[in-house]
Write a protein that binds this ligand. Sequence first.
Ligand code: RET
Length: 279
Amino acid sequence: FRSGHVALQNGMTDAELFEYVFGGDNTLLALSFVINIALAGITILGIAYLGRNLTDPRSKAIATVLMLISVVSISSYTGLASGLTLSVLEMPAGHPAAGATTAGENGVLTMWGRYLTWTFSTPFILIALGMIAGSNWTKILTSSAFTIAMCVTGLAAALTTSSLVLRWWWFVLGSIFFLVIVYVILVDWTAEAKRAGTGDLFRTLKFLTVVGWFGYPILWALGVEGFAILDVAVTSWGYSLLDIVTKYIVTFVAMSYVVEEPDTITGGTDYGASISGPT
Ligand code: RET
């Protein structure tokens, strides 16, 4: 493709945005997408390899759920890299990037595909954590529903251009939903994991997840969607690095435990034995 300076303009097509990202001026931004496509692919293959001898249905289910996190991720980053899930938006009055006209540019680059695809990836992270903690479907589905709500409000916050107050109101709503998830992880699942015998593994996963997840709203607020202190490439790298911790590292930590099929994960030989039918 041609290289040359492509200025951001409101209403650019996916092809123009693709050229903006890969045209040569924004190598850093392009790399933040490409690296995650590679890592998600490696993680998918890694799970297939590590899980090749799994026999227990519960272990297989956890491995499948872990794989789906990266399946969503590779699609998400392909969407961003292709320009399909990027847009140039004009920020409302009062926003620090409102009327951004640096270097003849008009509007800011919004990576809205990120917020959209977190809607599909984060529930799988929580399903895996909940299963490892030995939790029940009520709590797993509750946390999954709240993470979907959180990501959709984050998407709404990023796409709202009518009013600055509404952008931040969406953000506040999403943050409240986030606290529900943090509560379930720190209180319910921590106790359940101890009882299930997966306390040690869960402590590591909990630390990576809770600390990592807090990074996302902080980046949102510091990045171009919020106070615009960080530019788009730095914000994008921030999200890409957080994703490495919250998805691929979490996946390999969980997989390395699951492949041994310990009784704490499989439920042991008695798992499910309480259901006895007529003989
Ligand atoms: C938003 C804005 C609204 C308030 C909050 C947010 C939190 C986002 C989080 C995202 C986690 C994403 C992960 C992706 C991996 O695929 C939406 C930024 C609280 C916690 C783990």
